[in-house]
Write a protein that binds this ligand. Sequence first.
Ligand code: F6P
Length: 346
Amino acid sequence: MRIGVLCSGGDSPGMNAAIRGAVLRGVDVHGFEMIGFMDGWRGFHENDVVQLDRRAVRGIAPLGGVMLGTSRVAPFTGKFGDPNLDLSDFRARMSDYELDGFMLIGGNGTQTVAGILASHGVNVVGVPKTIDNDLVGTDYSFGFDTAVSIATEAIDRLRTTGESHRRCMILEVMGRDAGWIALHAGMAGGAHAMLLPEFSVSLAQVAEWVHSVHNRGRASLVVVAEGFKLQGEDQAVTREGLDGFGRPRLGGVAEALAPLIEEHTGIETRATVLGHVQRGGTPTAFDRVLATRTGIAAADAILQGQWGMLAGLRGDRIEMRELDAVAGKLKQVPAERYEEVRLSFG
Ligand code: F6P
């Protein structure tokens, strides 16, 4: 069995641990031959390949980033939803590499591609990763815990400087259309309000929360997810350009909100955009364990011929789920998780 491994989308702490888990199981235990494509589908198109064996993955589990590199290069030309998608070039390339199948490590965009390939009969197993935690089919994705820990530390630090100056501090975190990082980091850091993409609120409401914190002698700390929209706005704040999947690049909402809050409350307000710090550096132990287990489960699934599946966490077990049922679907924060904390805002 010859398997091509590649990573696509934004990097996520734990990807190296997932590759290591898959290789130790796949090569050493099941006897597969595994090759890695550099920088996602770019490596596949341009024949940029490395052999994956025990030696290649030595010592990589604690390392952030990903040794294979990642990109948002597309695997084939043609539209994603096209039922007449022509994969003949793709298949020809696959047979040049003598591949039996792929292990695709990626988030929502990548698993959508995995689902399309699987629906056209290409052998694919998906390994879910994303700091956004927005994938259906897994309770948590590796990278999320690390991002939440980094964002929590940022909240802790912003609180002390905010308190010293009696300012309102706004922290913007990533997550695209899902507010999981904002919700979990906000809870862990004891934020006074969390503004999530799933639940619009008015500027007057945000100002009221900030005021009420100020009135009891505290400096308010607001966490805002990059995809948040104020009530009445129909799109999130974006930066120039599109990402490799053709989606608008999000970011800048904290900087847009800060002057508005200051104007409405008269309280000096500062914005911090945490950005890619959330994705960089050492993965937490939780993410390393989840990633390793996911890689192992994906290799086992390949041995058993369970193609077209995603290795997701359900409870304490890694379970294989049909890509058909989960790919391309967005897991957002449900109302009950938001309500749990919203009553205490302000
Ligand atoms: O999907 C992961 C993610 O970090 C999002 O939270 C964020 O919007 C996006 O990727 C940023 O992408 P890039 O690294 O291309 O700026």
